[in-house]
Design a binder for this molecule. Structure first.
Ligand code: NCD
Length: 319
């Protein structure tokens, strides 16, 4: 068994062979999902709790669907209505849930590091569904699978990640995953949205879209994370679109068969032109959503196998 982790907290601790194992399994689930085959028994008898302390459409829906396709009992905690609003700490909430004996806990939280902390307090498998600006591992994995299916490989590609890199956990997780798989990664952003020390991440840094997009195989756009900005990071939305919004003229600098990606939710007319997003010859944005379900099925399948093995070991130690 290649994938030995107890939790999926980030891309950072994963080895390339673990990433490949997870993506291979997700690829098979994607084919089965298209063919309409269910896998009801993989998580049968297991309880999955989704705790989203931040808004989500795609990620929460696909974790829920993935769990249900695999036969888990899935519970969505409405965090807006929960005791968190009454001042209960994250750890208290986690311990309360832990006492209900879940097997899989899927957590999204606005604070970087919150999900790691929580994983230390519970005895089930924890999946990070996005923590602050830190990591969003299943997003990077679904992006990897989408690229591999579109380009036939996930190595030796030239990939541009463009826009609000500073606030983006999607960018951080992708920089690590794409780097581990030996791709050439370029970051394109205005200086205000480029993290300090970006050049030390083993990437090339560009301020200009035309130069940065030259001959790339993949163009990955990012949403402007206005909720994480507390001031003037960009002069105006119009100016931002003019310089950094992906339109046909800018895309013409990439390879003729370059694909366009966006994790969603999209701001059309701010970071991307609507007609590019909808161009079925270039955009793989809907495929990303489709691969999201398959990647979450694969991640929960592998973590559940490890959890069962650990529990069995513990039982034999106690016997
Ligand atoms: C991303 C996120 O939440 O980090 N969205 C997602 O999971 N599909 C990106 C974003 O919110 O811009």
């Amino acid at each position: 068994m290649t994938f030995r982790a107890n939790h999926l907290l980030g891309i950072e601790p994963l080895r390339p062979d673990e990433i490949t194992a997870l993506i291979d399994l997700a690829d098979r689930y994607a084919n089965d999902n298209r063919a309409g085959h269910a896998h009801k028994d993989v998580l049968t008898g297991m309880t999955q709790i989704n705790m989203f302390f931040e808004n989500s459409t795609r990620t929460q829906a696909s974790f829920e669907l993935a769990g249900k396709r695999l036969g888990a009992d899935v519970m969505n905690m409405g965090m807006a209505q929960s005791s968190v609003k009454k001042g209960e700490t994250l750890i208290d909430t986690a311990l309360t849930l832990n006492a209900m004996h879940p097997d899989l806990l899927v957590v999204r939280h606005p604070n970087s590091g919150a999900v790691d902390l929580l994983a230390q307090k519970v005895n089930c498998a924890v999946l990070n569904a996005g923590d602050g600006r830190h990591e969003h591992p299943t997003q990077a994995l679904l992006d990897g699978l989408t690229i591999r299916r579109a380009k036939g490989r996930l190595h030796r590609l030239s990939i541009a990640i463009c826009g609000d890199i500073l606030h983006s956990r999607v960018a951080r997780s992708n920089i690590m995953l794409l780097g581990k798989m030996e791709n050439r990664v370029r970051l394109i952003a205005p200086p205000t949205l480029m993290p300090a020390g970006a050049a030390d991440l083993g990437v090339e840094v560009f301020e200009d879209m035309e130069k940065g997009l030259k001959d790339v195989d993949v163009v990955m756009m990012l949403r402007l994370q206005k909720e994480r900005m507390d001031g003037g990071f960009v002069p105006s939305m119009r100016e931002y679109y003019h310089r950094y919004g992906l339109d046909a003229a800018k895309l013409a600098h990439a390879k003729p068969d370059a694909i366009v990606m966006h994790p969603g939710p999209m701001n059309r007319g701010i970071e991307i032109d609507g007609s590019i997003a909808d161009d079925i010859n270039r955009s793989v944005i809907q495929t990303q959503v489709e691969m999201g379900v398959a990647v979450r099925m694969a991640a929960m399948d592998l973590l559940a196998q490890n959890l069962r093995a650990r529990r069995k070991e513990n039982q034999s130690v106690m016997a």
